[in-house]
Design a protein around this ligand. Sequence first.
Ligand SMILES: [Zn+2]
Length: 732
Amino acid sequence: MIRTAARRAPVAAVLALWACAARPTKPNSEMASNRTDTKNPLLAPWTGPWGGVPPFGRFKVADIKPALETAMDENLAEIERIAADPAAATFENTIAAMERSGHALDRVAPIYGIYTSTMNNDEVQAIETEMEPKLAAFSDRIIQNSKLFARIAAVYAARDQLALTPEQQRLLWLRYTRFVRAGAKLDDVAKARLSELNQQLAGLYTKFRQNVLEEEKSQLVLLDREEDLAGLPPNLREAAAAAAADHGKPGKWAILNTRSSVDPFLTWSTRRDLREKVWRMFTMRGDNGGANDNKLIITEVLKLRAQRAKLLGYPTHAHWQLEDSMAKTPERAVALMEAVWKPAVARVREEVADMQAIPDRERAGIRIAPWDYHFYAEKVRKAKYDLDENEIKPYLQLEKLREAMFWVAGELFGLGFAAITDGSIPVYHPDVRVWEVTDGQGHHVGLWFFDPYARPGKTSGAWMNEYRPQSRLEGEIPVIVSNNANFVKGRPGEPILISWDDARTLFHEFGHALHGLNSAVIYPSLAGTNVARDYVEFPSQLLERWLATRAVLDRFALHYQTGQPLPAKLVEKIERTQTFNQGFLTVEYLSSALVDMKMHLAGETPIDPAKFERETLASLGMPAELVMRHRPTHFLHIFSGDGYSAGYYSYLWSDTLSADAYEAFAEASGPYDKKIASKLRKYVFSVGNTVDPADGYRAFRGRDPGIGALMRKRGFPYTGTASGASPTTGAH
Ligand SMILES: [Zn+2]
């Protein structure tokens, strides 16, 4: 996952990615300070080495709000000057000038982002509550500046006569397209209608989210007796007891209406009747009638989105959303999903057959139902692979894995990492450490901040964050990125042991960091990870693959007591379980992604969500043994904001690329093939958004991506002859 601060607003408004993570909740407390300070330390240019570093330790939290306000005012004044320039519009005095503007905001916004996501407290939350709407309004003021847009449009109209570089053409196209997409081309009446639609939608998104949260908060399955806990391991019993006590039922047990409570219960409980009850509660969120029912909201949201798309000149909301994605059209995204759908469903049938054999053997007289899937899948996993997570963990030391990532970055991209321990680079919390990143010649590339531990006020999960993008527009500006996680801090001197999944996430986020660190572009808003939503997870998903390489495991997966590397037998078990249960995981994801896309392709036809869901799944041939990962009535990705609407397919799209790209290494001399690594850097990791991602990928791979590699990665049979269907087996 990546987080983009609210920098360079007109672009960032579209690019901001807050995937997967809930933003911190907002309190009611009021901002205490209202001072405006011309000597605000956050507004000053950064000092220190390498183009300056963030001034951590030299400002107060109370400086953030006035700094943001002053920085926005400054940027608006700059934009006004660009818009009012008496000279005819040129790329230089309009597009490049916008890139040169907003420096103060570029410095303040990352600090604001760091504090809201990792140093959050009442004071920070109050600033956030006040500033979020102001930042949104700031963005609107730039988009709706008609003099500014007239200049952008004039440059765009003359683009073929301007002798622009490919990077400049790309920047111009992105600027123009994003202004148009946000309504800059509309007349005043339509603009007013657009902002009315946006406001109505914003209200519905909030209501939708609150309805889901309310049902998740208020509903639970209460377990009265010891025998209701049958099958649950001790840690789940303790969690259920604590949950009941929290809900005023001490001495009993409660299964809450959240995935982290429901999934383990469905996996371990031997009480089929209770599994069904818990499953029904969870899958019916937002669909229970009454005050928290989301069906009418969905109908209304889809209608307003369709109207907005039409107003903006697009056939449907899906067409509007996908225009600046890599897929470009909904049809291409649907084609990918449908190609994977059939084999995934076939795999589900095999998984169900494996599971059905168990109750059949036991003469239990049941057919596998959706509330049985997790339970019997776990039994099959034990029988087939005999893999115990606790056997692996002693070999996965956080700091050793960090060294492993550095080693991989050195092998693939020639990067070197040196810890800065003399205190010369200030940090915002004592847990945060900094490394200087250099290239093969020892030249400075950038800084990598690492903030690995959980603490109060830090958002859960893991993510990458960019403090300053690389650029060359105003001299060589080196990049500053950070990786953030929530590991529980060990006692001093004790290694922190992490799970295989967490190790993969560590590599994933480091992949985003390398995408930022390898950036070699001129214009800052095109740098590093500032790419399309269905492309940004490609470099990070790809880097995950190096964790499981023998070179990494042999050197860095060392037992914390004996220093011995992970035994080959365990490595083989890990490799064999990579494709386990992929039928279930793919179908529950894909059914959601397909329903999302089809709902947003329906145009202005009024949609009854229950009927639409039923009919769409029936026409797809959805297996009866499982449900969508997110049914429409609680599909927060697509109905609590525009972000992932008609965009839930993005995860599959990026994974198709990562699987296909990794096979390029397998087809050469292996994961550390220097020639392929250098192409990967040249055409993917260094180009940011300066090229169309499809062109960049083609330059790297020598052809378009095929889905063969994805099918092999997930263990699905694939006999297609399309590009990418090489006979290699994806050795890792
Ligand atoms: Zn990611």
